[in-house]
Design a binder for this molecule. Structure first.
Ligand code: SAM
Length: 293
């Protein structure tokens, strides 16, 4: 089986999240994906078991196959991380990792319309059992609601033009395909914006994906539960990929009682130059780590 995702900042994550030398330890990989980080942890620490969570059952199946050599040291659970911690007891886990967002697998293999470079059905659900897809958002939301979410979750300055163009187009025909949506956005923005550093559909696609999966709303709930579920002396690491996520993590950590939680990264760590060169997609990553006292 082929694994397409490059695990971001994995050296730094492994440096900060080390299990105690004595006895058995448990790491919860809240965003297991294809299991790149998990694989490195299980290889590096024979006394460590990993509970791997993912909202996407198909990617978790890839992780399960990849981790077969570790036997019962790997336990995959198909769930959202906020739900997992809601039902979890206190002080159970030694280490917890969040690597937020989606995986290269979603763009390249899932066939669910995450990429504006492909002509795929506009779905964008991580968990395909969820009721609302990107097609529902794009064809069903009122213009103002669409514009607001593109602005808020995409930080897209042409959000109103883009929302207007979507609404005009859907009067003619249902928008069902990611390439069709990318083309509508491309035509809606000023010509100069079409040839910038980012493809003009990048931010709108990000915004719709965040809306469909309720991504931002889950982070704080999950962090709160994760802190409770963490053992004393345990650590939580969070990798975020855009300022919206990082802001939530940063302010949540800052608001915690310093007698209970120590922030180990006063400033977030960022990928090394070598990593950024090897994997340009990592350039926006930020890593924050806390320890429970
Ligand atoms: C950046 S990828 C993780 C890559 C992984 N760390 C690796 O090294 O291969 C993020 C993963 O988190 C999953 N995910 C996103 N939101 C989630 C949530 N609320 N609960 C559980 N998994 C989630 C996505 O489906 C995706 O597989």
């Amino acid at each position: 089986m082929e694994y397409v995702h490059y695990s971001v900042m994995s050296d730094e994550v492994l440096q900060y999240l080390t299990p105690p030398e004595q006895g058995e330890a448990i790491l919860v990989d809240c965003t297991c994906g294809e299991g790149g980080h998990t694989y490195r942890f299980l290889s590096a620490h024979p006394n460590l078991s990993v509970i791997g969570l993912d909202r996407d059952a198909s990617i978790l199946e890839k992780a399960r196959c990849r981790m077969e050599e570790f036997g019962d040291r790997f336990s995959p659970i198909h769930t959202s991380f906020d739900a997992f911690f809601k039902d979890s007891g206190a002080e159970l886990y030694d280490l917890i990792l969040f690597d937020l967002g989606i995986s290269s697998y979603h763009y390249e293999e899932s066939g669910r319309g995450f990429s504006f470079r492909k002509g795929e059905v506009l779905d964008m659900r991580l968990d395909t059992a969820e009721p609302i897809s990107a097609m529902d958002v794009v064809n069903g939301y009122q213009e103002e609601r669409l514009a607001d979410l593109i602005y808020k979750y995409g930080e897209e300055r042409y959000s109103r033009r883009i929302a207007r163009a979507i609404v005009e187009e859907r009067k003619l025909t249902k928008i069902k395909d990611s390439a069709q949506l990318a083309q509508i956005i491309y035509k809606a923005v000023p010509p100069a914006y079409r040839y910038g550093f980012l493809h003009p559909a990048t931010k709108t696609f990000q915004a719709i994906r965040i809306e469909v999966n309720g991504e931002l709303d889950r982070i704080e709930v999950a962090l709160e539960g994760a802190i409770k579920a963490l053992k004393r002396g345990g650590r939580i690491a969070v990798i975020s990929f855009h300022s919206l996520e990082d802001r939530i993590v940063k302010w949540y950590f800052k608001g915690l009682d310093p007698e209970v939680i120590r922030i180990l990264t006063k400033k977030p760590l960022v990928p090394s130059e070598a990593e950024r060169e090897e994997n340009p997609a990592s350039r926006s990553a930020k890593l924050r780590v806390i320890e429970k006292l």
